[in-house]
Design a protein around this ligand. Structure first.
Ligand code: NDP
Ligand code: GDR
Length: 329
């Protein structure tokens, strides 16, 4: 019998890479996605084919009774909770909505598991945003949390709920505390993809300027495809636990701009303008992860570094607008 996985947020960046990984491993996959007035499954459409055991169900983390029904029907061996309102900036504009999906959504799913009495393993997509105003550098599993946004606060709730269900009900629940991870499938409003897409469009003559907010914040950026492997590894362990997943390298947004524009022989300063509307009411200035525990216990390590990540994202967006990427040196 193939293992069965249930994935929330299956049509998001990570959901699509995780689905590819689990299909390669022979899993039967069930994912929930939300009804939308326009198509919203582009990232996984290429996976919907007869030879893949992939079923998409309409569902929402805010609809506990249908979650329970689905879990009863599917009886998954593993559950990956990737669904969330995941944009930090948007969470300031819509704090209640963010809390309902990103915080209470976790509780709804945990309750659906508990009440349906299924035996399963649970992965919670926790975030480096929980460290927020970082209390130490680098950040590891024992670093205290100090979230700086409604999104970060919601993720702290989801983290502790998962720990609580582990302790109270002996649920196999693990938190992946993942630092920023990007890819050509990254949503177009996150800063890395916003930069690489704008760069390609500027090069193609489709856009003149790129408007950004704070260029001084530092992030530990990795490649999403590497990071979904860590999620899977966490659920293959003998016991549940929490793990930081990161590259151990940190760079400013400005350095990302220099690297990306420099790669195609352009000077970012000619195109980038600061628009205060992209500044956040409270910023996370510096994130840098120490993933020694994941390396030791899971045997995980990243395969793509900062420069490699920038280049693969620029290459993909150049192709998207019909341009040829620079020749590899
Ligand atoms: P995306 O924003 O690309 O995907 C989020 C997914 O969640 C989408 O499929 C979205 O669906 C879905 N979703 C939103 N609200 C609900 C809801 N109420 N019920 C069900 N599904 C919902 O995020 P990523 O793939 O980048 O991230 C995956 C998870 O990991 C998220 O929880 C994110 O917060 C977390 N995370 C991400 C990191 C990163 O750097 N990428 C780092 C650390 C944590 P729809 O298309 O309908 O909006
Ligand atoms: P982040 O990612 O907030 O770290 O959350 P994002 O790419 O949105 O911001 C990173 C940094 O860039 C600065 N910035 C801008 N950000 C955006 N989006 N747009 C801009 O124009 C802009 N200009 C500057 C931000 O201020 C910030 O400092 C991501 C999400 O995927 C979360 O879901 C996840 O949990 C964390 O990463 C880890």
């Amino acid at each position: 019998m193939p293992k069965k996985a249930f994935i929330t947020g299956i049509n998001g960046q990570d959901g699509s890479y995780l689905t590819e990984l689990l299909l390669e491993k022979g899993y039967e996959i069930h994912g929930i996605f939300r009804r939308s007035s326009v198509p919203n499954t582009q990232r996984i459409d290429h996976l919907v084919k007869p030879e893949n055991k992939l079923t998409l169900h309409f569902g929402d983390l805010q609809d506990t009774s249908s979650l329970m029904q689905l879990l009863n029907d599917v009886q998954p061996d593993e559950i990956y909770n990737l669904g969330a309102q995941s944009e930090v900036g948007v969470s300031f504009a819509n704090p209640q909505y963010t809390a309902e999906s990103t915080a209470l959504g976790v509780l709804n799913l945990l309750e659906a598991i508990r009440q349906s009495k299924i035996r399963t393993r649970f992965y919670q997509a926790s975030s480096s945003e929980m460290f927020g105003m970082a209390q130490e550098v680098p950040q590891k599993e024992t670093t205290p949390f100090h979230p700086r946004s409604p999104y970060g606060v919601s993720k702290v709730f989801g983290y502790w709920m998962s720990v609580n269900y582990r302790e109270a009900y002996k649920l196999f629940a693990s938190n992946g505390i993942l630092f920023n991870h990007e890819s050509p499938r990254r949503g177009e409003t996150f800063v890395t993809r916003k930069i690489t897409l704008a760069l390609a469009r500027i090069k193609a003559g489709l856009q003149d300027k790129l408007y950004l907010g704070n260029l001084n914040a530092k992030r530990d950026w990795g490649y999403a495809k590497d990071y979904v492997e860590a999620m899977w590894l966490m659920l293959q362990q003998d016991k549940p636990d929490d793990f930081v997943v990161s590259t151990g390298e940190t760079h400013t947004i400005r350095e990302f701009l220099e690297e990306a524009f420099g790669y195609v022989g352009m000077d970012y300063q000619k195109y980038v303008e600061i628009d205060p509307k992209f500044m956040r009411p409270a910023e996370v200035d510096l994130l840098l992860g120490d993933c020694s525990k994941a390396k030791k216990v899971l045997g995980w390590k990243h395969s793509v570094d900062f420069k490699g990540l920038v280049r693969l994202m620029v290459d993909a967006d150049l192709k998207l607008v019909g341009l040829t990427p620079p020749a590899k040196k």
